[in-house]
Design a protein around this ligand. Structure first.
Ligand code: ZN
Length: 253
């Protein structure tokens, strides 16, 4: 029973522990090309949050990983069979309730560890923060924490070489043979600005890709996944240590 994982630990332990930072992993349940499980973002969330919390705990940071929220914003994928969607407004209600619960037990720092590109917690944090000004909240995307190009040959952003390698490292038993996978070819939008990073529109997923993947996974392997996993969990572990050791009223240099 790891004392920093809420669902594993127990009242006997929790009663006497002073936690400083709560970590809320947030995933999604959606199609990941033909070869990866629907719960890929959940498995990634669990593995990355647990390992980065272990690194932080060993450096005396009192962190507690809350259970991963398994459903995310999938408004652009609702026509893909069995994709589940949680609207941003619903996410905000969930976050409000979690923050209220944490504050009642003297935990005033919360980090959302996001695993899914469709989730965006910035605006939600602004609004929840107005309702609960005593709570310090942050969000991070582990998939942007290190430079992917140093680890993978083909870039992409969904069920790609990175995600396939990661799953081959953390849950190889759930990955179908790579021959089953589509090539993850993605169409660009006709309006050029929307392909640049200053203009944005939601992509209609089934128009963009025929196999639900974006990015060719064929060069994925376990070794790449392990290296990448170590790099991101070290970086996230450091963030947790910094969060635990920095006072809320002393955040600026
Ligand atoms: Zn994913």
């Amino acid at each position: 029973m790891r004392p920093y994982i809420f669902k594993e630990t127990n009242w006997k332990r929790v009663r006497d522990e002073e936690y400083q930072v709560a970590v809320l992993p947030w995933g999604a349940t959606e199609a990941h090309n033909f070869h990866l499980p629907f719960g890929t973002d959940i498995y990634e969330s669990d593995a990355i949050a647990n390992e980065s919390a272990r690194i932080a705990w060993e450096k005396k940071a009192k962190v507690i990983v809350l259970p991963t929220i398994p459903i995310g914003v999938n408004t652009g994928q609702t026509d893909i069979k069995l994709t589940l969607n949680l609207n941003p407004g619903t996410q905000m209600s969930i976050l409000m309730d979690i923050v209220e619960s944490l504050i009642a037990h003297d935990i005033f720092k919360l980090l959302i560890m996001n695993s899914h590109g469709g989730n965006d917690f910035k605006q939600i944090i602004r609004e929840v923060g107005l309702a609960f000004p005593d709570m310090f909240m942050g969000t991070c995307n582990w998939f942007q924490s290190v430079d992917k190009d140093q680890f993978f040959e083909n870039n992409g952003d969904h069920a790609d070489e990175m995600e396939t390698s990661l799953m081959l490292h953390i849950h190889p038993e759930l990955v179908l043979p790579i021959e089953v996978a589509g090539r993850g070819e993605a169409k660009k939008l006709k309006i050029r600005a929307f392909n640049e990073n200053w203009a944005w529109t939601e992509r209609k997923w089934t128009r963009v890709t025929s196999d639900t993947g974006i990015g060719n996974p064929e060069k994925a392997n376990k070794e790449k996944g392990e290296k990448y996993f170590i790099a991101i969990t070290e970086k996230l572990g450091e963030l947790l240590v910094d969060l635990a050791s920095t006072a809320i009223d002393d955040m600026y240099e």
